[in-house]
Design a protein around this ligand. Structure first.
Ligand SMILES: [Zn+2]
Ligand SMILES: [Zn+2]
Length: 109
């Protein structure tokens, strides 16, 4: 049941999100893409955006469903970046930085 938020006047899904909204100055819908592991009649995979309440942290943002996104600035400072599985090997070779897959796990050759 959505709750009307007194801070941003949008609706959030939980009291925790309202608290986070006050604390961090805003709550956004999480745009993390999730593979539903279901398929359309044509056999195309169905991918949906998470949509849970997400709030900014000192490293990026995280959402109520547990997704954590680290901002580009922090990734650069820490010497790693998000890549797809196809890009990982070339990224490691060309940049000397650590490739981390979209699921948050470092890529292992
Ligand atoms: Zn709010
Ligand atoms: Zn999420």
């Amino acid at each position: 049941m959505p709750i009307k938020c007194g801070n941003c006047s949008n609706r959030h899904f939980s009291v925790t999100s309202v608290r986070m909204c006050y604390q961090y100055g805003g709550v956004l819908p999480c745009d993390w893409l999730i593979d539903t592991r279901r398929y359309t009649e044509d056999g195309e995979p169905i991918i949906v955006a998470c949509g849970a309440d997400a709030w900014t942290t000192d490293r990026g943002w995280r959402c109520a469903a547990g997704h954590e996104h680290v901002s580009a600035e922090v990734r650069d400072r820490e010497g790693w970046d998000y890549v797809t599985e196809d890009e990982a090997e070339g990224f490691a070779r060309n940049t000397g930085r650590v490739p981390v897959l979209m699921n948050g796990h470092p890529w292992v050759p």
